[in-house]
Design a protein around this ligand. Structure first.
Ligand SMILES: *Cc1c(COP(=O)(O)O)cnc(C)c1O
Length: 399
């Protein structure tokens, strides 16, 4: 056993705080943990309605919308299903930009719901192909496509799609399709504007940029999506927006909400608005740039090949030929008590993902990059020196 490994041989315990640097769930700040750690209240009592109204109103700022935002006691996958089942009918064609593993999973869900997905594939090294999307919509003069589905930040690749450009492509084709966007790993980390970008349904989750434990998910809904919900033919019950919106008018929910997670959500929104969303986004941009500088110093390749699509919430790093990303991650976990994201789908064992989103500061980033650099050495992965130094130089010059 190496002397640098502060691990008890008897228990496997590694001293010091665990570094949870997967791109979600993210580290939950103490303020949020303290807010959750309170007695559960009567969700039909008078106190709850006040909390509910405040929360549902404050949430709009996070989505940059003036419309309603629905909160489900569910993981993000539930909010995907809600977005599809509230707006579409069996057999409807949906145009899905398959930018990575999460986009692929959403497409599989669409198939299981008896929708008819059409894909626009990428090489998983960039965001949605907006030119191909524009062509597909222009060719669809019969308006068979009822919805365009895009994952804003593809968590499997670290590539962010340009939703403003997607909107422009739909408008240029004068196409009436709804725009459904997954922001599960971008909301409250990367600038996202539901209203300005004309998004019809925004899907989000609690456990990434919102700094909460897993267990809540969201739909922000446009007037056009609400109108579509009146005629959509897919069966839905738990996910139905209508009873939810009705109950939400007075701050209540049609079934038991995730009460304690809502306390935490209220606190997280306060933290984000206190910092200011623009500052939150700038902090994530800065940490992402410092991370990329470290990766370049190591001589490793960033999975995202188009700088316009670099993600500010995570960086996926390609392993040199013949080296296992999972072996590297296992070494880093055992020696340094840090979890990094694994490669998903076709990227299995080929990339590791560094999450730099949520409640995250400069020193945590330097610790994270230090763990990666020491792990590369410990696992015998060929790399250049000075990654952490490159990040320090950048952060110090851009305080
Ligand atoms: C995490 C994630 C999901 C899945 O969310 P769950 O909460 O695990 O259901 C979907 N899409 C993206 C982009 C994600 O990052």
């Amino acid at each position: 056993m190496s002397g640098s490994r502060h691990q008890s041989p008897a228990t496997g315990h590694v001293a010091g705080r665990h570094f949870l640097q997967i791109p979600g769930p993210t580290n939950v700040p103490d303020r949020v943990l303290r807010a959750i750690d309170r007695p559960t209240m009567d969700h039909r009592g008078p106190e709850f309605g006040t909390l509910g109204l405040e929360l549902l109103d404050n949430l709009r700022a996070i989505f940059q919308t003036s419309g309603p935002v629905i909160v489900y006691p569910a993981s993000g996958t539930g909010a995907w299903e809600a977005a599809l089942t509230n707006t579409l009918s069996p057999g409807d064609t949906v145009l899905m930009c398959r930018t990575g593993w999460f986009a692929h999973l959403w497409k599989e869900m669409a198939e299981r719901l008896q929708l008819d997905p059409m894909f626009l594939d990428t090489d998983w090294r960039r965001g949605a192909d907006v030119a191909a999307l524009a062509d597909a919509l222009k060719a669809d003069s019969a308006h068979r496509v009822k919805a365009v589905c895009v994952v804003h930040n593809e968590t499997s690749t670290g590539c962010t799609s340009r939703i403003d450009e997607v909107r422009a492509a739909i408008d240029a084709a004068a196409h009436p399709a709804l725009l459904l966007v997954d922001t599960i790993s971008s909301l409250a980390s990367i600038d996202y504007r539901h209203d300005e970008w004309g998004v019809d349904v925004t899907v989000a989750g609690s456990q990434k940029g919102l700094m909460l434990p897993p267990g809540l998910s969201f739909n922000a809904i446009s007037a056009k999506a609400l109108a579509a919900a009146e005629t959509a033919g897919l069966p839905r019950s738990y996910w139905d927006w209508r009873p939810m919106l009705e109950a939400n008018k007075t701050g209540y929910f049609p079934y038991t909400p995730g009460t304690n997670l809502l306390y935490g959500l209220n606190e997280a929104i306060d933290m984000l608005l206190d910092e200011g969303l623009a500052n939150v986004f700038a902090r994530h941009d800065r940490h992402a740039e410092a991370t990329r500088r470290a990766v370049r110093a190591w001589g490793l390749e960033i999975q995202c090949a188009d700088p316009r699509h670099y993600s500010s919430s995570l960086t996926a790093v390609r392993m040199p030929e013949g080296h296992s990303a999972d072996a590297l991650r296992a070494t880093i976990l055992a020696r340094y008590n840090m979890s990094l994201g694994n490669g998903l789908g076709i990227l299995k064992d080929q990339v590791f993902r560094i999450g730099h989103l949520g409640d995250f500061g400069d020193l945590q980033l330097i610790g994270t990059l230090g763990g990666v650099e020491m792990g590369l050495r410990a696992a015998g992965v060929p790399h250049g020196p000075g990654g952490v130094q490159a990040a320090i130089d950048y952060l110090s010059g851009n305080a």
